[in-house]
Write a new protein. Structure first.
Length: 427
């Protein structure tokens, strides 16, 4: 066993009182089976409905219990998931559905998919994300307003084919929208049978894993119903990252998500166990070349900058600062607050060049507005939002995880969540 045993004993003793007084809120399927692998989470899921998911704990579950029609790969390519293929003609998209077996019985049909796409717009769900993604479909407004149950623009052609009519010319951008995890297919029949507690009583899903046991404040346990991956997987809930790292060190949890800002809390001896899994896209320094007075970052070695930001776990895309890049006055570094890697880079630069850099974290919508209206001169992000900007590659997007040496084959979804079907444990 790696490390001493006594820190683990102290942790167990500290948790005993809570374990004695806690009462399970919900238990599905009786006593949970022993888990093959375990993934740490840091809060109870707020919802197990993918249309409403908005936290890492939500997505950790929803990305594996449910599947969308299409998925975004870690290289940014859109590939079929529950769909087998599609065709575009004018404003129409025709999609063929895979007749996959459902855990609740039967097979996925075009009728079930058509209903499932309207479901997130119903008043009892009312997903703002889904409303935005499905807005291009004819009849979506009627469902959102409560005047219709199903979108008139979605028709069932036969048992395995649906046609989606859009308000404008159809293109690949809408297929990418259908790959958003918020539009994962939730069988309406399961939701209807389960009533208000459908997530506890009928959470079968379309993603290959079924919720077996859920003790809010304690852990969630899932059993595999199809596909590869561990037969049983648990998600214990930790009150802190430090607690999760201690548990990992004592080999009582096998996978721990690591926010880039938490890398400093990982003991040096555990750094080799922090693995960086590929996500689509890169991070860039973007600066506006047409500005009258260009204020850009002070000269640094990009290799050193990235290495310090991620303790060597993510490699830089550039080694040196571009020659001839203009210098300017001390500046404010804008960064998308939803990109923890970008925030980490900005904060590290602030420490490397004290007094020369001030960091401002803003939402993507705010960053987009500031850049498009030329109210800032530079930022760290994923794309050039300026009318005339220059991008300097910094680092690839990666999802960081403390991963047990006995776990291999790990892949993540485009949103950085683990793909449970990819997990394998060494014999």
């Amino acid at each position: 066993m790696r490390g001493r045993w006594w820190p683990w004993l102290l942790l167990v003793l500290a948790l005993v009182p809570a374990l004695l007084i806690s009462q399970p809120h919900a238990s599905i399927g009786g006593t949970p089976p022993t888990a093959d692998l375990s993934e740490a989470i840091f809060q109870n899921p707020d919802t197990l409905d993918p249309a409403l998911a908005n936290s890492p704990s939500d997505w950790a579950v929803d990305s594996n219990i449910f599947q969308p029609l299409f998925q975004m790969t870690t290289t940014g390519k859109v590939v079929p998931a529950l769909a087998s293929h599609y065709s575009i003609s004018g404003k129409a998209i025709t999609i063929t559905i895979k007749p996959v077996a459902l855990a609740g019985g039967g097979h996925l049909t075009a009728t079930a998919v058509a209903a499932a796409l309207s479901r997130p717009l119903w008043p009892q769900v009312k997903s703002a994300t889904a409303a935005s993604l499905l807005k291009p479909i004819v009849g979506s407004g009627q469902v959102i307003a409560g005047k219709a149950k199903y979108m008139s623009g979605i028709t069932v052609d036969n048992a395995t084919t649906v046609t989606i009519q859009l308000k404008r010319q159809a293109n690949l951008s809408f297929i990418k929208a259908l790959a958003n995890p918020a539009l994962s297919i939730v069988p309406v029949a399961d939701m209807s049978r389960g009533g208000p507690d459908w997530q506890l009583t009928n959470l079968y899903g379309t993603g290959g894993y079924r919720l077996q046991n859920w003790n809010p404040g304690g852990s969630l346990t899932f059993t595999k119903i199809s596909g590869p991956g561990p037969s049983v997987l648990s998600l214990p809930i930790f009150v802190s990252f430090k607690q999760a790292v201690l548990t990992f060190e004592n080999q009582a949890v096998t996978l721990v998500p690591v926010n880039p800002g938490q890398l400093a809390q990982v003991p040096k001896k555990l750094l080799p166990d922090v693995r960086a899994y590929r996500q689509p896209g890169n991070l860039y320094l973007v600066y506006r070349t047409a500005a009258k007075r260009i204020s850009v970052y002070p000269t640094v070695s990009i290799g050193e900058w990235v290495a310090k930001s991620f303790r060597g776990r993510i490699r830089p895309l550039n080694g040196q600062w571009p020659a001839g890049l203009p210098q300017g006055k001390p500046m404010t570094v804008y960064v998308n607050q939803a990109l923890p890697e970008a925030v980490r880079l900005a904060r590290t630069l602030e420490r490397m060049k004290p007094g020369r850099v001030t960091v401002k974290t803003v939402s993507l919508s705010t960053l987009t507005y500031l850049a498009k209206h030329n109210k800032i001169n530079a930022y760290i992000g994923q794309a050039d939002l300026f009318k005339a900007g220059t991008t300097v590659p910094l680092a690839p997007l990666r999802s960081l995880w403390l991963t047990s040496p006995r776990v291999y084959g790990v892949k993540v979804y485009a949103n950085g969540m683990l793909n449970w079907h990819s997990l394998s444990g060494k014999p």
